[in-house]
Design a protein around this ligand. Structure first.
Ligand code: GLU
Length: 399
């Protein structure tokens, strides 16, 4: 009998984290790699945020904080929801954790019994299914076709709901496709969800601020607040404020859920770093300009990727409305052979081949949707131009 638990043997290390680490290592070894794998903004954390952290250290804010976060941070989160989403939460409805990742994991751990079902629209962020498995739940993958712009068809959602369904995960804008739900689309999903009162909704809004073409972000609660007693809204400072390493995510939802999450957190990490919390307060309260500026930069980069790849018809690029990812269909490349005669059998082989050719991407298989790969455009225009050229040249060498 193995010493190690079965549930851990059923999960993989996060592929996004692994590939990014591999690309970094190759770079450290002196290899020239254009890194299109990293799911993190390439900008530095804003100066005012860094200064708030330094000030917190100097003022001795280096001790334990309340498990759910400091009062000042909880107040800043409440204000953020009011200001940006017109949602009202009180302090007992907020939790802060070590990144959106831990907040989602805590919520699943707090609610999932063995074989409870979690509906996960695919393509999905790599960690949802494995988190579901770790909590002994069953990930139920809901395929969202490209024809439907990688978004949930409400009828398909209803077909997946059973009496074991506990959660449906909504991620708009989506990682990895950048698909964005309009108000009307959210209304249509809300209509289905309202018919199934035992199902809770987990909104992963991490990319809320990275949206293009003057779209206005809406959370499903802004569209139908009848879902509020069973919706958990997850957000964080990582993507919006270039603060991935600070590890601050937060969740807002019914206080019974927050209470259970708080128990788990008090027995595991206690809370995220007090210094990171001080930085997050400044980010949430005073960084509107930073967000505005970066949104424009990301939109320009998206357009640049698109113009680089659009004439190369063997790859089909899905134009994202948000996030800093493009999802690229590589169907026409699969089955071709490299110069050494070895066949590219799938998107994993293709991503490995691209890495040999000096560009790191994440294979679609990691997101539950093969024959695609994900490009992160959280990198400079020069890198975008060079990386796209490398991808096209590499594809052209295949026979
Ligand atoms: N969310 C980012 C990504 O998809 C960062 C890595 C991770 O936590 O998955 O690349």
């Amino acid at each position: 009998m193995s010493f190690f638990s079965k549930k851990v043997s059923r999960i993989q290390p996060s592929p996004t984290i692994s590939i990014t680490a591999k690309a970094k290592k190759l770079k450290q070894e002196g290899k020239k790699i254009i890194d299109f794998s990293a799911g993190e903004p390439d900008f530095d954390t804003p100066e005012n945020v860094k200064n708030a952290a330094i000030k917190a250290i100097e003022e001795g804010k280096t001790k334990y904080t309340p498990v759910n976060g400091t009062k000042e941070l909880i107040d800043a989160i409440i204000k953020k929801f009011k200001r940006e989403n017109n949602l009202n939460f009180d302090s007992e409805e907020i939790t802060v954790g070590c990144g959106g990742k831990q907040v989602i994991f805590n919520a699943l751990l707090a609610t999932i019994e063995k074989d409870d079902e979690i509906i996960i629209p695919s393509p999905f962020w790599v960690s949802y299914p494995d988190m579901a498995i770790l909590t002994e739940g069953l990930p139920v993958v809901l395929d969202c076709s490209q024809e439907n712009n990688f978004k949930i068809n409400p009828q398909d959602l209803e077909n997946k709901i059973t009496n074991r369904t506990k959660w449906v995960i909504l991620n708009s804008p989506s990682n990895p496709t950048g698909a964005f739900y309009s108000e009307l689309e959210l209304q249509n999903l809300a209509k289905i969800l309202l018919k199934h009162p035992h199902v809770w909704v987990m909104c992963d809004d991490l990319y809320e601020h990275i949206i293009f073409d003057n779209l206005k972000f809406k959370n499903i609660l802004q569209v139908d607040d009848k879902l509020k007693p069973r919706t958990f809204v997850v957000n964080g400072v990582s993507k919006a404020y270039a603060m991935t390493g600070w590890r601050v995510g937060y969740g807002a939802g019914p206080k019974e859920l927050i209470k259970e999450i708080s128990k788990i957190q008090s027995q595991s990490t206690t809370h995220t770093s007090s210094i990171s919390q001080a930085a997050a307060i400044e980010a949430l309260n005073n960084s509107d300009e930073f967000i505005k500026k970066n949104k424009k930069i990301f939109q320009d980069r998206r357009d640049l990727i698109f113009s680089n790849l659009k004439n190369f018809t063997e790859l089909q690029v899905f134009l994202p409305q948000g996030s800093f990812y493009v999802y690229v269909c590589c169907n026409d490349i699969i089955g071709k052979k490299k110069e050494d005669g070895i066949e590219i059998k799938n998107d994993i082989d293709l991503s490995d081949y691209f890495l040999d050719e000096g560009v790191a991407v994440v294979p679609g298989e990691a997101f539950g949707c093969s024959n695609f790969f994900r490009i992160s455009f959280a990198t400079s225009n020069e890198n975008i131009n060079e990386g796209c050229k490398k991808i096209i040249d590499a594809c052209k060498k295949l026979k």
